[in-house]
Design a binder for this molecule. Structure first.
Ligand SMILES: Cc1cc2nc3c(=O)[nH]c(=O)nc-3n(C[C@H](O)[C@H](O)[C@H](O)COP(=O)(O)O)c2cc1C
Length: 383
């Protein structure tokens, strides 16, 4: 966690620090439109929210320096056009000053005469009832005179970047679909059809499609342009390659950094180890997903000790997570030996003992590869 203040004095929060911290407050993205005379205005705005339901009031916080804010003051009306998940380009277009903000944008005219962005997932037409100046911006309080929504997911804005909204229930659907693959309800090479999965799990097709997209990210299915989502075969070669690649990176990093680490670096490795060890108790995963995350963070921390972004990126591209999901994730039974090997590695980092560290890293890799072989043998050689 980074403390953006430089002291106890609240005035010490400067504009840059404030922008960084407040960027953590995720929001939707809208285009505020208005018309003044013959001139249409529009600007991207995320500082927009509902104020009251009875009477229905919205507020939009607009920078006093931008032409749209002036135009809203003059016209006394505005529309909030809520952007959909694929409208990143549109948000960009309305966020840069231009003579023709609306170029190529299909529009309609609202009941109040303001232009409406046709593809927006919701429109709220407002008449300004109050203006409040706050710093560089004005809060325009608008009485909602018309509100219309259509199907669609919103574009979101978080820490300076656009993203997508994800329902928590979609995550549950993804986990159930993943369990199906791990439980080998589908044979390697089988196609999982969106409609079929949606029916099986009794969910809508959008949730089923979302689950398949995430399964593709996990490497559990691959997208075949001709066939759809195909269950990927998994064998010892896949897992050996991933674990060996990770070992090669870690051995390189340990050789480079041992003996030169700060106390803080070493303490972080210990902390990551303890977090992970707490999730593998008595030869069982307490919570496999949480273990997977903690295990990933432990290894990422080791690689990060080199302070080399190229190595960290290489580590990020390894398929170890997918391999672990695919193999260890298919059973809750595991072995305390993994934790023992990682503990020896942690202790060796603390003692700056290069040979012991390399030995523990190799031992852990061998154990992981062996365990995948055992799991594959139990299911006939292929998952
Ligand atoms: C995601 C995003 C959100 C924004 N939110 C606001 C906002 O809430 N209020 C504001 O005044 N400007 C906001 N801006 C900046 C304006 O869109 C930008 O200043 C724009 O050029 C103003 O248009 P205009 O100069 O044609 O009036 C935002 C920009 C982006 C990219």
């Amino acid at each position: 966690m980074t403390d953006q203040t430089t002291g106890a004095d609240p005035a010490a929060v400067d504009a840059r620090a404030f922008r960084h911290v407040v960027g953590h407050l995720a929001s939707g993205v809208t285009v505020i439109t208005t018309v003044d005379g013959d001139e249409r205005y529009g600007m991207t705005a995320s500082s927009v929210t509902s104020l009251s339901a009875d009477p229905p009031l919205m507020l939009a916080c607009l920078n006093n320096a931008v032409p749209t804010a002036d135009a809203v003051t003059r016209s006394g009306r505005y529309a909030v056009n809520v952007l959909g998940r694929d409208h990143g380009q549109l948000a960009h277009q309305f966020a840069v000053p231009s003579d023709d903000k609306f170029a190529g944008v299909p529009t309609a005219t609202g009941t109040t005469g303001v232009p409406l962005v046709e593809d927006a997932i919701a429109h709220l037409e407002c008449e300004v009832v109050e203006r409040v100046v706050g710093g560089t911006h004005t809060i325009f309080v608008g009485r909602v005179v018309r509100a219309v929504a259509q199907e669609g997911e919103p574009l979101t804005y978080f820490r300076g970047g656009f993203g997508r909204f994800e329902f928590a229930r979609d995550d549950v659907v993804y986990r159930r679909a993943r369990q199906q693959v791990l439980d080998r309800l589908h044979a390697p090479g089988d196609v999982i059809e969106v409609e079929r999965l949606a029916e099986d799990l009794e969910v809508d097709q959008a949730a089923a499609f979302y689950a398949l997209t995430r399964l593709a990210g996990d490497g559990l299915v691959r997208r075949d342009p001709g066939r759809g989502h195909v269950v990927t075969p998994f064998d010892t070669r896949t897992s050996d390659d991933a674990f060996d690649a990770r070992l090669a990176i870690e051995v390189g990093v340990l050789e480079q950094v041992l003996g030169r680490l700060s106390e803080e670096d070493v303490a972080v490795v210990r902390r990551r180890f303890e977090d992970m060890a707490a999730l593998l108790v008595d030869d069982r995963f307490v919570d496999f997903d949480a273990y997977l995350d903690a295990n990933h963070r432990f290894h990422e921390t080791l690689v990060g000790l080199a302070r080399n972004p190229v190595l960290t990126a290489m580590f990020g591209s390894l398929a170890t997570r997918q391999v672990m999901t695919r193999s260890f994730g298919s059973t809750t039974v595991t072995s305390q030996r993994f934790v023992d090997a990682q503990r020896r590695l942690t202790e060796a980092v603390e003692a700056a003992d290069r040979d012991a560290a390399l030995d523990a890293a190799r031992r852990y890799t061998e154990l992981a590869k062996e365990r995948v072989r055992e799991i594959l043998a139990e299911v006939g050689g292929e998952l």
